[in-house]
Design a protein around this ligand. Structure first.
Ligand SMILES: Nc1ncnc2c1ncn2[C@@H]1O[C@H](COP(=O)(O)OP(=O)(O)OP(=O)(O)O)[C@@H](O)[C@H]1O
Length: 330
């Protein structure tokens, strides 16, 4: 059964005239990897600070593991690990020493702390650099040490603010794979904030899209794209050997096909049929082509992904009216 471990209801936070977080409601379940996605200034960090009890909401409630973060922040802090975007270490101490210090601060007995530190350094791939000073670590190594540092107190939830910032693509995917593996193996709940949709998409079970303090939509990527592009026509393209005017007319008369046209195929062999449908009519189009005796080489229905979601809602291409519509109907 799904167990809610983060429960946010109608949360609002205002700084002066501007609403950093606007009536946010969100539930995250145990073991889930949830991505908070949004451009700079969307309200992701403010939400995280309220989750940790480090910032007080104007209204609404935020509970972590059933504990009210605003009223009992220390209890929340004991069970939640937080990795800020730029984690601070004692630069003149080694990775190992930094981990042991954090363990001590969290009252982990020394013997157990040493076992955990060794296991975690191995897991994050830093065992060989364990006795090197943190000041000499690269950005990627610091992030991996940060992850070990967050995990050493044995949290049930980890919150990572832009964990991949400043890391090269290879380091980035390694870190994300590591987060995913640790979550799966240990049943950890992970809340990850980022504006890098692609990376987050790799590992998140669900994502929430933040724009201007509001959660515009949430769900897994296919569900989101269905919701967000519900009003769009679905493009279907097909390659065939030839398309007579009669066949084109028959395709146009299929219910749900709004437009259809043909062009010469890019490879110079046959033609490309482009159709725009109000609902998925790809099977019907394929049947019509085959029944007319034409050769069907390929047929593809376009699936909208995070790229399109980004272009439309984050890159400021269009206004968000349609999204609001999707929210209400979806
Ligand atoms: N301490 C503060 N005082 C005044 N305004 C603030 C403060 N913290 C955040 N804000 C404002 O609240 C809004 C949300 O900021 P927030 O840092 O939560 O966004 P974010 O999504 O985390 O952005 P980023 O990806 O850049 O970290 C912004 O308009 C920001 O300027």
């Amino acid at each position: 059964m799904k167990e809610p471990v983060i429960d946010i209801q109608d949360l609002t936070k205002t700084y002066g005239e501007s609403r950093a977080v606007d009536r946010l409601s969100l539930t995250i379940h145990r073991g889930e990897i949830f991505g908070l996605l949004g451009p700079n200034g969307a309200g992701k960090s403010t939400t995280i600070l309220m989750l940790l009890g480090l910032s007080e909401p104007d209204s609404g409630s935020v509970k972590v593991l059933g504990i009210d973060s605003t009223r009992q922040p220390i209890q929340v802090k004991r069970r939640v690990g937080y990795l800020p975007d730029d984690v601070g270490f004692y630069e003149d101490r080694t990775g190992w020493e930094n981990l042991m210090l954090t363990a001590r601060l969290n009252r982990v007995p020394d013997k157990e702390a040493a076992e955990r530190a060794e296991r975690l350094l191995r897991e994050v791939g830093l065992l060989d650099a364990a006795h090197k000073k943190a000041g000499a670590y690269s950005r990627g190594m610091r992030q991996r040490l940060g992850l070990a540092d967050v995990l050493i107190k044995g949290p049930e939830i980890i919150i990572l603010d832009e964990p991949t910032l400043g890391i090269d693509p290879k380091g980035m995917s390694e870190l994300l794979e590591l987060i995913q593996r640790l979550s799966r193996e240990q049943g950890l709940t992970v809340l990850l904030s980022s504006h890098h949709l692609h990376q987050v998409q790799q590992i998140c079970d669900r994502v929430g899209l933040f724009v201007s303090g509001r959660l515009l939509a949430e769900g897994d990527v296919p569900t989101l794209s269905r919701k967000l592009f519900a009003d769009d026509l679905i493009p279907v393209s097909a390659e065939l050997d030839a398309c007579s005017p009669e066949l084109l007319e028959r395709i146009r008369s299929i219910e749900g096909v709004a437009q259809a046209g043909i062009t010469d195929a890019d490879n110079g062999q046959g033609v490309t049929l482009q159709a725009a449908c109000t609902e998925d009519r790809s099977a019907e189009i394929a049947r019509t082509v085959v029944q007319a005796g034409a050769q069907l080489y390929r047929l593809e229905r376009k699936q909208y992904g995070l790229d399109e979601i980004y272009q439309r809602y984050f890159a400021g291409g269009e206004d968000h009216g349609q999204l609001r519509h999707a929210e209400h109907t979806g």
